[in-house]
Design a protein around this ligand. Structure first.
Ligand code: I3S
Length: 161
């Protein structure tokens, strides 16, 4: 599984619960299906797992805890906290939970979505070089602004790889 390889290579950099829908795959338009998804930015890849409940809730519980810990401590980075939980690398936890969507950001773009893409507030439109388009949204504007900045950073840093 190529995901397993990817997941074991890089530490997690950022994680949060975000609303996500794919709108295009390989250039073909899809019907929207907004779902709450545990989202991890891992190096140049975005991984989305299932939302709360179901077989992956034990992963999301930990990430929620880690994010809380991170915001309280202001010291440890998400990288370190995510890696240390139960002494099980986050990469292994995720390889067990099988990300539902894996997106390579290199050569892609992330922009605020125009009004015709969604009626929701704070929507980021991510496009990949492979012709996949996703919408990512959160009601929390601080959180989504932070993700916007980080996605822009990753994409501009790795644009020419
Ligand atoms: O862009 P659309 O097609 O108006 O998106 C809305 C629909 O997907 C709607 O579902 P159905 O038309 O399948 O019942 C969703 O409930 C809405 O959330 C979608 O629009 P927003 O504006 O929320 O992205």
């Amino acid at each position: 599984d190529p995901n397993d390889k990817l997941l074991s290579l890089q530490p997690s950099e950022k994680c949060a619960s975000l609303n996500v829908t794919k709108i295009t795959e390989n250039g073909k338009k899809l019907r929207k299906n907004w779902t709450s998804s545990w989202t991890v930015l891992q190096g140049t890849h975005l991984l989305f797992t299932k939302g709360q409940g179901g077989s992956t809730s034990w992963v999301s519980d930990r990430i929620l805890f880690l994010n809380l810990y991170h915001s309280v401590s202001k010291q440890a980075t998400c990288v370190l906290t995510c890696l240390n939980v139960d002494s099980v690398p986050l990469s292994e936890q995720f390889s067990q939970s099988k990300p539902e969507i894996t997106v390579d950001l290199r050569g892609g773009s992330a922009e605020w979505a125009s009004k015709d893409k969604s009626s929701k507030k704070h929507v980021i439109e991510v496009k990949t070089r492979q012709g996949t388009e996703l919408l990512i949204q959160s009601e929390n504007d601080t959180l989504i602004n932070d993700w916007y900045r980080v996605l822009q950073d990753v994409i501009s840093t790795h644009a020419w790889e």
